[in-house]
Design a protein around this ligand. Sequence first.
Ligand code: 13P
Length: 334
Amino acid sequence: MSIEQLAETAQAMVAAGKGIIAIDESTTTIAKRFQGVGIENTEENRRAYRELLLTTPKLSDYISGAILFDETLRQSTKDGVPFAKYMADHGIIPGIKVDKGTHALAGCPGEVVTEGLDGLRDRLKEYYKLGARFAKWRAVITIGEDIPSGTCIEANAHALARYAALCQECGLVPMVEPEVLMDGDHNIEVCYEVTEAVLRSLFGALYEQNVLLEGTILKASMVIAGKDCEEQADVDEVAESTVMCLKSTVPAILPGVVFLSGGQTDEQSTAHLNAMNQLGNLPWPLSFSYGRAMQSAALKLWSQDLTGNFAKAQAVVYERAKENGMAALGKWEG
Ligand code: 13P
């Protein structure tokens, strides 16, 4: 795989005014989302729901790619077209979640490390054959009393870098995701310090493992106060802190940064992205790779009538894609 091909895919993922829809919930996670709106968690309901999202008319106006879960990459539309083929035919780059989730990190109470490196090379080769062109790995950093530890930050950065190098060897663009959780009562300054340390460690590890940054995308969490913090920062402060933190840690050669929504409301996630892009003078495109903030409203509507609301829910997906696509240009009007 040439670096030119990886760079081309990475640039297409963050094309102007476009972002990613994350629909890579594991079977356990989608069970929780379905349970929240009273949908039974069957394979057919999962397939039908992913079909609703991926076949949204004109989705590629604002969406460059979608991250799938293993099961979804092997499924097809009701007319029998494999999702990966449908996506490629409609200008959406297929992506795949390749980590195997978080596990308690030995010796570090309250902290986790993401697993999934064993056998990863073979899985990546298969995913490439199935049509995937980028792959996501999510590391989770928790803020709490005396955590995160340096051990946890480094263990997760090392795993992210090992996975990223394997992805590039197999022709997939790594979308490296070190998520600093919004859980807790920490203020925005604490989130800034932790995010800065995490990104420093990550880019050091990527360098050590010979990962080519031109063919890598960062999926970042925003610098924001914890959910239970009494002093919530306003939109401009979140935007300015996030951009300053990224500018001080993320090399300019990276093709782009996309954000996760992480529990922010739909409106917050769009407003924050818009405010960052309005600051201007950024070394990389800043866009979105939202899961909940792209899907929640559509899922709720669909749950009320799985057949009757199919097209209406797609219109909601399109609307959320449009709002976030405009925010990626700093042109969202609220
Ligand atoms: P949220 O936007 O719901 O945080 O999900 C994005 C994602 O892919 C987390 O790994």
